[in-house]
Design a protein around this ligand. Structure first.
Ligand SMILES: [Fe+2]
Ligand SMILES: [Fe+2]
Length: 262
């Protein structure tokens, strides 16, 4: 527990203005377009994953065994593996990375907010477990009408998880980012991010970047990539640059390439 002087005041939420930059006392910190935001890029990738999967689930023909199995496997395959890229695996892994690399850094300054976010992670893990069980149930059914029934339940459960997860992503950005901007320099934030990006296996890093890079706006791409360029070894900038070239459409890539060449 941090000494009282290191703690920010209690979290005050204005319901008419949920995402104002609360607690940022330094007006210069409000220049959010240039500050390092450890949550925004990967959260945009996760939102994109959730939107795409929601659409995919909505059109599955659960009477068709192959289609039904494919979506269940995409959601839950290898949930116990540390490097599987199934959607539920990535959603779980994101919570673990945050707890290990980011929450521990914020805790001394704002333990209440970290506890609140940990509670949400716990709730997410419970829901993920429930959906994984529904996927297992679906994979074991041979009768089409019964698959439709369980498929409907899977769709509703997955959308409940998405709603919870999307709200959680917003909560983290609204509460943790202002504390981090107040307490850490951009250089310190990049060191924290490097702890995450530089220590995960390359295939997992690539998986995250394939979702994240296409989901960013031009300014966020420049801030993320030019920040990564200064990361300590093993520096992942060249991998991120390669993945940007692969995943961005040509006009967006050439804008980024030009910005990175300065
Ligand atoms: Fe989280
Ligand atoms: Fe998050």
């Amino acid at each position: 527990m941090a000494p009282p002087s290191a703690r920010a005041g209690p979290l005050r939420v204005d319901p008419t203005n949920l995402y104002s930059l609360r607690r940022v006392t330094d007006p210069a910190s409000r220049a959010m377009t240039t500050r390092e935001n450890l949550f925004r890029p990967i959260h945009k990738g996760i939102r994109s994953m959730v939107y795409e999967l929601g659409l995919r689930l909505g059109v599955v023909d659960f009477t068709n065994l192959a289609e039904s199995n494919a979506v269940a496997i995409q959601l839950r395959a290898d949930l116990t593996s540390a490097v599987s890229s199934c959607i539920l695996c990535l959603l779980q892994a994101h919570s673990r990375h945050e707890e290990r690399d980011f929450f521990s850094a914020v805790r001394p300054f704002d333990p209440d907010v970290v506890d609140l976010m940990m509670k949400e992670h716990h709730e997410i893990a419970q829901r993920v477990g429930g959906i994984a069980r529904t996927c297992d149930e679906l994979l074991a059914i041979s009768e089409p009408a019964r698959r439709v029934e369980v498929g409907d339940r899977l769709t509703l459960e997955a959308n409940d998880l998405f709603a919870l997860y999307l709200a959680h992503l917003n909560n983290e950005e609204a509460t943790l980012v202002p504390v981090m901007w107040e307490r850490f320099s951009d250089e310190q934030l990049r060191t924290l991010r490097a702890q995450f990006y530089n220590t995960i296996p390359l295939p997992r890093f690539e998986e995250w970047m394939r979702w994240t890079l296409p989901a960013l706006n031009p300014n966020e791409l420049v801030v993320l990539l030019s920040g990564m360029r200064t990361d300590p070894p093993p520096n992942r900038f060249s991998d991120a640059r390669r993945l940007a070239e692969e995943t961005l459409d040509p006009p967006r890539w050439s804008l980024l390439e030009r910005a990175l060449s300065h």
